[in-house]
Design a protein. Structure first.
Length: 377
């Protein structure tokens, strides 16, 4: 099959070649890590060694990592434990969060009648930190703040240090969905001073079906899956040894090559911005995605006057691109709807594209994509 131009890296990334080759070797390994024979002990060692390597990369303790099947499960594990185990009575979040946060918060509201409050944001998707402070000040209950570090649709980067300082001031738990940040930014979770974070391997060129939750030590967390005592009784079920090893290698490689790959991808985004704004009339850059200092270097979200079936036509011409998050079934995501409610523009008259770059993208591919896109105008 002819190579396609893949510009949907925010939804998933391809495996690095080194990770692919490593996984092939890993598939020869067998033995249940919970078994007390030599094969089981060997695999248990592999899991704990991987946990230690990931912890070292993120500057945290190995005991603070719980392996999960995905970022979605990590968010569920954290949020549900905050309410059930840590007795959180109020969750403050935003309408810009991923569905795995918003739907879980809504489910917790229905089950436990917790208080849910939404912090406001401006038309560019910047969280109003004064409003966050106000919400915390007027709420005496045990509270969790849940705000994502990097928005998966518009690329906005949260001022996470300021948020963590506010949470510390009010003695509040802080969870950040870091799924679009880990592997793409040089994170020191200890310095960020957050209580909870989540990650998914297929966002940083690792395998599907594996992720992890960061849970600050000394916080009591229990498995919401009933079964065995795996992950120190915090996540039941036989561990995905292949995924864990593959994820660990992918994260190590991501950090090893981060400076050069970040610069390379940032240049692709800069080139794309320049060409788009010079050639498409009435172009809109959603959120802060045009701002190279306040958005992730790998995501660019744009809108322009309605072009029907544009993403399908681009797909037929060999360009893989999305309009918003892969977890959204409708044409307009909740994030875009929330942003455009703050403007007087009708969302129904616009076409949206989320261009998300990867280190394997070539500049000639970006040129070809832009030529195909501009031919539609």
């Amino acid at each position: 099959m002819k190579r396609k131009i893949f510009l949907d890296n925010a939804s998933t990334t391809p495996l690095r070649k080194q990770v692919y080759n490593s996984l092939l070797k890993t598939l020869k390994i067998f033995g249940n890590p919970s078994s007390n024979h030599s094969l089981g002990v060997y695999n248990k060692y592999n899991i704990e060694y991987s946990r230690m390597k990931i912890a070292n990369l993120l500057k945290i303790s190995a005991e603070e990592i719980i392996f999960t099947s995905s970022g979605t499960e990590a968010n569920n594990l954290i949020l549900r434990n905050c309410v059930k185990t840590l007795k959180v009575q109020c969750i403050i979040t935003s309408l810009l969060e991923h569905k795995s946060v918003l739907e879980t918060v809504y489910d917790l509201y229905l089950q436990y009648d917790i208080i849910v409050k939404f912090v406001t944001f401006n038309r560019k998707g910047e969280i109003d930190l004064n409003h966050l402070r106000k919400l915390l000040k007027e709420n005496p209950k045990i509270t969790l703040v849940s705000l994502m570090y990097v928005n998966n649709e518009i690329g906005n980067i949260l001022n996470i240090k300021k948020v963590s300082n506010i949470c510390r001031e009010f003695n509040t738990y802080f969870h950040s969905d870091t799924i679009q940040a880990i592997g793409h930014l040089n994170l020191n979770l200890k310095k960020l001073n957050i209580h909870f974070a989540s990650a998914s391997a297929h966002k940083f060129y690792g395998p599907y079906g594996i992720g992890f939750a960061y849970i600050k030590k000394n916080l009591s967390i229990k498995s919401f899956l009933t079964g065995g005592l795996q992950e120190k009784n915090r996540r039941a079920g036989t561990e995905n040894i292949y995924g864990i090893i593959g994820m660990t290698e992918a994260l190590e490689l991501a950090y090893k090559h981060l400076p050069t790959e970040k610069n390379y991808i940032k240049n692709l985004k800069t080139y794309c911005i320049k060409k788009l704004q010079n050639n498409i009339p009435n172009l809109i850059f959603n959120g802060l995605s045009k701002n190279l200092n306040k958005s992730i270097y790998s995501i660019l979200s744009i809108a322009f006057p309605k072009k029907y079936l544009l993403s399908l036509n681009l797909d037929l011409k060999g360009v893989i691109i999305s309009q918003s998050s892969a977890c959204i079934a409708s044409e307009y995501s909740h994030v875009l709807k929330s942003l455009y409610q703050k403007t007087n523009r009708s969302i129904q008259h616009l076409t949206f594209l989320r261009i998300s770059f990867g280190f394997f993208n070539k500049k000639k591919e970006i040129k070809k994509f832009l030529n195909l896109l501009l031919s539609c105008f």
